[in-house]
Design a protein around this ligand. Sequence first.
Ligand code: AHN
Ligand code: ZN
Length: 327
Amino acid sequence: MHFLILSFIFVLCGLSSCDDDVKSVAVVKKDVVVPIFDAHRAFADIERQCSFGPRVPESEAHESCSEWLIKTLKAEADTVFVQDFRTRIYDGRLLDGRNIIASFGGDAKKRIVVAAHWDSRPFADNDPDESNWRKAIDGANDGASGVGIILEIARIVNKNPLNEKIGLDLVLFDLEDYGAPAFSNEHSDNAWGLGSQYWSAHPHKPGYRAYMGMLLDMVGNANPRFPKEYYSNQFAAHICDKIWKTAQRLGYDGVFLDEVGHPINDDHISMNIVAGIPTVDIIHLEGNDSESSFHSTWHTLDDNISNISESTLQIVGNVVLNVIYNE
Ligand code: AHN
Ligand code: ZN
């Protein structure tokens, strides 16, 4: 698909300044050509992430996947920052984590951030089969889907420069999904999103700011449903508006639903509150009357590549690219 968007400013002659004939002049502000998002490549990048094995922090798969992500992003971005940190998880243990940040348009003050988490959950604690609860998940949707879209965005932005006044940072968070397992007695809301908590308090550049953030989480399942996640609508209603209007213009109003969905504790919370970046979580959510907020494969062994839909990646990729290139 090819999108050609023409923006017009209609300069209408005020009644008092017009003479006898009514003049109206249309001035073309800019022609924006939004590049094509290749969902096939995004899919291949999700497959690749899964091929390392579950990306559980401090595992070998985690280490090799991070090396691959860094190498892949270095080939596309102006600068890649690797942010290693150590943080305490739900049970009090200290764990090593690694956030990866790929920047385009390094000098621009006006910046957009697009983020996803690249780690995968060590527990399939929502699996219908109890004997799977202590197994790690592939996280094809929960984590890798957002990263796959981001890697394709990196390729596109490398070849198709953005508006020179805008900078873009692609941020891959670690340790999003190490929250206390459902089968444990531990309860801690701030045990989720540890990589984003670290980055929001210690950005890769001191004083880092962005005026718009988009977080991609679980953006790859079939029959997608993207209502406006509750906190996103509270913290960043104007960004929600921009994204959902863009989706509507592209004909995706049956997927990007004009309604407010469940509240989700995700990486956008610290991006909004700690980093002060108005950030929206684009995340598949079931209806408000549904028992679970999440897709049926969530935190189960079924969250694997066989349940990833290329057409969902295409929709989300198109929406995010259209938002970015229209800035
Ligand atoms: C809670 O279940 C509280 N938060 C889920 C955040 C999450 C996990 N996103 C992906 N995996
Ligand atoms: Zn998860």
